[in-house]
Design a protein around this ligand. Structure first.
Ligand code: G3P
Ligand code: CA
Length: 257
């Protein structure tokens, strides 16, 4: 109803910088995270994978080909090999020499300063990655309640169930691609047994879906917003926040800062 929409518009929209402020700086680099922090986003979204030698690295694709000057699969390269790559030049010369960050580096630089939405990217390729992420958070005492600006999400829902068992106090999210357009209430109820967020592709968001997700006690941060119009449409549908390459879009909303 119109009333629901206007109520929602009074509220703060959660502003999540997708792979950092990746419209302005090379995705998943410290430069992109710093830009998001300076733009006062609420969260940075990061993609976590595992190297050949079992270290956690921040990169989106399962190969380094698109976003670095190297080639090969993330899981076939050691951390040392990954860190020799240039992860900035592909975006623009201004960012030449940006490195692939480690998970630990991002946590240590940004915890307490900006929220961190941690995506486990293709965890099925990296057995044990849930445990490794949990250990890294626990070493920093970040697994307790009240550290409420950490969220873990994945398209791999079994991985999220496992992670929730390891980290029961940390909110988890289910990512839902286009194939989930017809998700049932039963499926949503099942997700809600371990997830606090249902984060769909923005193209399958409807007012009805928002209401049904809220009815199950979950919030919704759709991905990936790349225009102001997309942001405005989602705000009108009543979402709780957006995952966007351009954090400035949320500022133009009545609930923005
Ligand atoms: O945060 C959700 C979004 O990042 C999922 O898609 O491909 O950008 O990781 P992708
Ligand atoms: Ca992601």
């Amino acid at each position: 109803s119109e009333e629901t929409v206007s109520t929602k518009q009074q509220q703060q929209m959660v502003n999540i910088a997708h792979r950092g402020a990746s419209g302005h700086a090379p995705e998943n680099t410290m430069a992109a995270f710093q830009r998001a922090f300076e733009m006062k986003a609420d969260y940075i979204e990061i993609d976590v994978q595992m190297t050949k030698d079992g270290k956690l690295a921040i990169i989106h694709d399962t190969t380094v080909d698109r976003t670095t000057n190297g080639t090969g699969s993330v899981g076939d390269l050691t951390l040392e090999e990954l860190q020799q790559l240039d992860a900035g030049s592909w975006f623009s010369e201004e960012f030449a020499g940006e490195k692939i960050p480690t998970f630990e580096e991002v946590l240590d630089a940004y915890r307490g300063k900006i929220g961190i939405l941690i995506e486990l990217k293709s965890p099925e390729l990296y057995p044990g990655i849930e445990e490794k992420v949990a250990e890294t958070l626990m070493e920093r005492n970040m697994h307790k309640p009240n550290n409420n600006k950490i969220i873990i999400q994945s398209f791999n829902h079994e991985s999220m169930q496992r992670s929730k068992e390891l980290l029961p106090s940390i909110p988890h999210g289910v990512l839902a691609g286009l194939s989930w357009a017809d998700v049932t209430d039963e499926q949503l109820a099942q997700f809600a047994t371990y997830a606090d967020y249902y984060n769909p592709n923005m193209n399958i968001v409807t007012h009805d879906l928002v209401d049904r997700v809220h009815a199950k006690g979950m919030e919704m941060y759709p991905y990936t917003v790349r225009t102001q119009e997309q942001a405005d449409n989602l705000f009108e549908l009543g979402v709780d926040g957006i995952i966007t390459d351009f954090p400035e879009y949320v500022d133009k909303h009545p609930g923005g800062k």
